[in-house]
Design a protein around this ligand. Structure first.
Ligand code: C5P
Length: 229
């Protein structure tokens, strides 16, 4: 079955991550492995997720010279990850090289781009040299990602509607910042419910703590799944 839910595995040690994998159902979700877990546990951990039947989104947000990013993306594709990502601000040549590298592997890995990190304030954006507001930069970089061969972008659910209308129906929108109605928002500021995010045009929802910190993670996952139908 096709589930839009990607569970973010953000743990400092392997044990709780493996415990969670035992509880979750790969028919109901995919998993995201980020910098912290990958740096500690490496490809072995990614393989362990896949061996348990989970598709893996390798969230390493590569940003480097085209040749280096291409090599890293080829390595991820050869590992068999379902999805991985790069920074759109690495530019057209970097993204094109990444896409070509992924396509050389026959694993069908999806490649998406990060536009502007949602942690940036407008002042911080100006400080690193971006002109204009976050929304304008997100739109511009998402269009660049699309024309550079990316399959989609990571974006805030608040940006999904605009990007969906600008970039068409095929471009993948992957959205964190999702919280079931009534749940703790933790450090996320501008959140949307899973259903509203899907209605706004998201294809995939990255959800961490509402599932990983739940007393019964499988039940939390099931409830979110049910809320989407
Ligand atoms: O626990 P929570 O649902 O907030 O986890 C969201 C996940 O999505 C985390 O792994 C976080 O790093 C990631 N993420 C995010 N906002 C972004 C990009 C990634 O929350 N803009």
């Amino acid at each position: 079955m096709h589930s839009p839910i990607i569970v973010a595995l953000d743990y400092p040690t392997p044990q709780p991550a493996f415990e969670l994998l035992e509880k979750l159902d790969p028919q109901l979700c995919r998993v995201k492995v980020g910098k912290e877990m990958f740096t500690r546990m490496g490809p072995v951990f990614v393989e362990a997720c896949m061996k348990r039947g989970f598709d893996v989104f390798l969230d390493l947000k590569f940003h480097d010279i085209p040749n280096t990013v291409a090599g890293a993306c080829r390595a991820g594709a050869d590992l068999g990850v379902w999805m991985m990502n790069v920074h759109a601000s690495g530019g057209r040549r970097m993204m094109q090289a990444a896409r070509e590298a992924v396509d050389k592997s026959s694993t069908g890995t999806l490649l998406i781009a990060v536009t502007i990190l949602t942690s940036f304030s407008e002042e911080e954006l100006a400080e690193v040299g971006f002109s204009g507001g976050a929304a304008d930069n997100v739109s511009r970089l998402a269009a660049l990602a699309q024309s550079s061969g990316m399959h989609g972008v990571v974006c805030s659910p608040r940006e999904a509607q605009q990007l969906r209308s600008d970039l068409g129906g095929e471009f993948l929108l992957v959205t964190p910042g999702v919280r079931p109605a009534g749940s703790d928002t933790a450090d996320q500021r501008r959140v949307m419910t899973p259903r509203d995010a899907m209605n706004a045009g998201s294809n995939y929802l990255v959800i961490g703590r509402p599932i990983t910190a739940a007393e019964d993670p499988l039940q939390a996952l099931q409830q979110i799944t049910d809320s989407l139908t």
